[in-house]
Design a protein around this ligand. Structure first.
Ligand code: HPA
Length: 275
């Protein structure tokens, strides 16, 4: 087990079953973890020390509805220009610690006028336009295959469960394709028009790398975008990180309710993390 995985297991008092990665401004979810033990990323070898406001840089270990979880508040992004290992390490540590499912969340811009700020979108597939694949380089076959498939990268069965939970809670949940750019500049209006032609429903600067690393090592992936804005060129207000953080908080309430109920369902119900 890696150093970081060992710390997660030891400090968390056991193996997490579900890992959660929280995106910009979505930290409220961590407050719902019971018996929480907070571990700073500085205690987790290989984890990133975040440089962006809205990303705390700590792991919250505990239980949600009795299910052992590790909630990671803060992630590395390509645009921060740090070690690429900082994007791989947290996902692999969750897997090595025992997680079976990873729930990835992010703040994203919507290309769909009918899914505006404050809404949630379940990611059904992605388009990686960051120009980087974090599996490039030597492959460790003990971790996963050289050429992993990304068909059904976003677990179809867990997507069904997620929609069932959202329906029961009355939380509107769209489905969509997430397109990732490297950032840190927001897109041009021309890029957004092009991305729409490509089939994108949401655009952001994260998540796809974690999905690829997670699928490679056998984690089942669920990913949810909290829509913070209509993509550039679709509304009058120019985009800014302040606006992203403000509007992420609007979606964070729904996201928090949805995640807690989802973890309870997959932790305890049929077809969940135990299956
Ligand atoms: N583009 C890229 N990343 C984002 C956006 C956006 O419009 N909103 C939140 N993160």
């Amino acid at each position: 087990m890696s150093g970081a995985a060992e710390v997660l297991v030891q400090r968390g008092g056991g193996r997490p079953r579900v890992g959660v990665v929280l995106g910009s401004g979505l930290g409220a979810v961590a407050e719902a973890v019971s018996g929480a033990v907070v571990v700073g990323y500085d205690e987790l070898p290989g984890f990133p020390l975040p440089t962006v406001e809205g990303h705390a840089g700590r792991a919250v270990l505990g239980r949600v509805a009795g299910v052992p979880v590790a909630v990671l508040q803060g992630r590395a992004h390509l645009y921060e220009g740090g070690e690429l290992e900082a994007l791989r390490a947290p996902v692999r540590a969750l897997r090595a610690a025992g997680a079976e499912v990873i729930v990835l969340t992010n703040a994203a811009g919507s290309l769909r006028a009918d899914v505006g700020p404050g809404r949630l979108m379940a990611i059904t597939d992605h388009i990686n336009l960051t120009g980087v694949n974090l599996l490039a380089g030597p492959n460790d076959p003990a971790l996963g295959p050289r050429f992993p498939t990304l068909r059904d990268a976003y677990d179809p069965q867990l997507l069904v469960e997620l929609h069932a939970v959202a329906g029961a809670l009355g939380v509107p949940l769209a489905d969509g394709v997430y397109l990732a750019v490297g950032g840190p500049s927001f897109e041009t209006p021309a890029e957004i028009r092009a991305f729409r032609v490509l089939g994108a429903d949401a655009v952001g600067m994260s998540t796809v790398h974690e999905t690829i690393i997670a699928r490679h090592c056998g984690l089942r992936v669920v990913a949810i975008s909290a829509i913070t804005n209509l993509a550039e060129g679709m509304s009058d207000e120019p985009l800014s990180h302040e606006q992203t953080l403000r509007d992420a908080r609007r979606g964070a309430v729904d996201l928090s309710r949805l995640l807690l109920a989802f973890i309870e369902r997959i932790g305890n119900g049929p077809g969940g993390a135990r299956s």
